[in-house]
Design a protein around this ligand. Structure first.
Ligand code: GLN
Length: 237
């Protein structure tokens, strides 16, 4: 099994490495651009995306991370990692913050409000149902979580979440929604896939359930092979 990198600047990277270990896969901490060359796929953990962006900039990681995504290598962003991968982010304090980009979606940071509005919810994920008819429900841990507000044509929606009507949403979103006159829209997207990119607004690494990690490893095997065969094809020209 190829090595899986875990961006280890800040946030829940240890928890991702522990989840991979439970599946007998080695996760490698990534802090420097050259370390990305040693891994076949990458997980960007949850944490605090402004802090993570500052650290990534300090370690000059952005060019190598963008290249990794462009090469078609498998990357999974959880929570702050999702924000990092998005082409566009809105919401609190997002101005000027660097993103890796590549995932054709608009993500709203801190969509559900402040830290004390964090919650757990059962979400339906048909992709996680086993062939034997195993459960497709996953208990999502949402910690000051973002939500995906719209996606491009190549993005597959894996899960959405119907926000309860009494939920207090981020005040920035409320203002934007009023301006757009879409105040009643309460269904948001919380998990997506776009070819080699996977993103979840919640934190599977904080649960004992390893189905998302298994899903990513399977996806990494499939798309990783495509990525290396296209590199060989380019090299052969
Ligand atoms: N709210 C955080 C941010 O904007 C993300 C939270 C998380 O990763 N749990 O970066």
């Amino acid at each position: 099994m190829a090595l899986v990198g875990v961006l280890a600047l800040q946030g829940s990277f240890n928890e991702h490495i522990a989840a991979l270990r439970r599946l007998e896969v080695k996760g490698v901490e990534i802090r420097k651009p050259e370390q990305l060359e040693t891994v076949a796929s990458l997980i960007i953990p949850g944490g605090e995306s402004t802090t993570m962006a500052k650290l990534a900039e300090y370690h000059n990681l952005f060019p190598a991370l963008r290249e990794f995504v462009k090469m078609g290598k498998p990357v999974w962003g959880t929570c702050a990692g999702l924000i990092f991968l998005a082409n566009k982010a809105t919401g609190q304090k997002i101005g000027g913050q660097e993103l890796i980009g590549g995932l054709d979606c608009t993500v709203h940071r801190n969509f559900f409000g402040s830290q004390i509005r964090s919650f757990e919810a059962e979400i339906a994920v048909p992709e996680l149902a086993s062939k034997e008819g195993g459960p497709e429900v996953f208990r999502g841990v949402f910690i000051r979580a973002p939500a995906i507000l719209d996606v491009g044509p190549e993005v597959q929606v894996l899960a959405d979440y119907l926000v309860p009507s009494n939920e207090v949403l981020d005040s920035n979103y409320a203002v934007e929604a009023q301006e757009e006159n879409t105040g009643s829209e309460k269904k948001v997207i919380v998990a997506v896939r776009q070819r080699n990119l996977l993103a979840t607004a919640f934190h599977p690494e904080l649960t004992a359930d390893t189905r998302w990690h298994s899903y990513f490893l399977k996806m990494a095997t499939e798309t990783g092979e495509e990525a290396s065969s296209s590199i060989v094809a380019v090299g052969a020209d």
